[in-house]
Design a protein around this ligand. Structure first.
Ligand SMILES: C[S@@+](CC[C@H](N)C(=O)[O-])C[C@H]1O[C@@H](n2cnc3c(N)ncnc32)[C@H](O)[C@@H]1O
Length: 227
């Protein structure tokens, strides 16, 4: 039985599943699907009924489903289109006029960990140890800033990256610095990660033997555009 969401009051969030209630938000089989509880909390706090919510990297559509459930209007884009209400579009060039969105949510690829599609525009093909990943994400952040109404909020959900044998990659800090060039920071939430990797014992044994850590959390950066 999927739990009902509740309003979170601290900066540490932990949810029992990807979906809640009748489980109709996004698709839990989509690799990298965002926990719907996150969207529920953000939209309750930062939007009102009938306002426009935009997700430029919509994936399986979790943001769109939670927004519509809460009687908000929703627009989603992605280069890997999984359903009819998501438009095929590169988040670096959105077909939306300036200052239209009341809230924008972004859950980008975290380096090359997941193979989302064969589309060459996919930012998940760019290694976060190279400048190309951050150049691409700066363009996405620029578009988010452009489409957002003044005085309104956006949130970016992201994990750092570590691959055995390669240097640690602090994607969270890197992207936060870039967000701060355009937005005022409102808060930083830490969201506990639950996934199959963390459930498997041999990954933990390997982390001890290899003297590294498994990713236990994602950052949720909440930012505000100036009035
Ligand atoms: C972490 S997933 C998003 C998951 C989504 N929030 C959900 O709940 O299903 C990242 C998404 O970014 C998309 N993506 C990668 N590069 C993109 C680009 N240049 N423009 C738009 N979407 C892109 C991928 O196709 C993938 O669906």
């Amino acid at each position: 039985m999927a739990h009902k969401p509740v309003m979170m009051t601290t900066t540490l969030w932990d949810f029992p599943s990807q979906q809640y209630g009748d489980e109709s938000q996004g698709d839990k089989r989509y690799r990298g699907a965002t926990p719907a509880y996150i969207l529920w909390n953000l939209l309750q706090r930062y939007t009102r009924p009938r306002e426009l919510v935009v997700d430029p990297m919509a994936g399986s559509g979790t943001t769109l489903d939670v927004a519509r459930e809460l009687n908000r209007r929703a627009l989603g884009y992605d280069v890997n289109v999984t359903r009819k209400d998501i438009f095929n579009c590169d988040a670096r060039k959105l077909p939306l006029e300036d200052a239209k969105a009341a809230f924008v949510f972004l859950d980008p690829p975290y380096s090359t960990h997941i193979d989302y599609s064969d589309d060459p525009r996919c930012i998940g093909k760019l290694d976060a140890r190279t400048p190309a990943y951050y150049e691409a994400m700066e363009k996405v952040i620029g578009e988010v800033h452009r489409i957002l109404k003044p005085g309104r909020h956006m949130a970016l959900y992201v994990s750092d990256s570590f691959q055995k044998g390669k240097p640690f990659c602090p994607i969270g800090f890197e992207l936060f610095q870039r967000l701060c060039k355009r937005f005022e920071s409102v808060d930083i939430i830490v969201v506990t990660r639950h996934n199959t990797t963390l459930d498997r014992n041999h990954y933990h044994t390997a982390a001890i033997e290899g003297n590294y850590f498994l990713r236990g959390f994602n950052y949720l950066f909440i930012m505000k555009k100036d009035n």
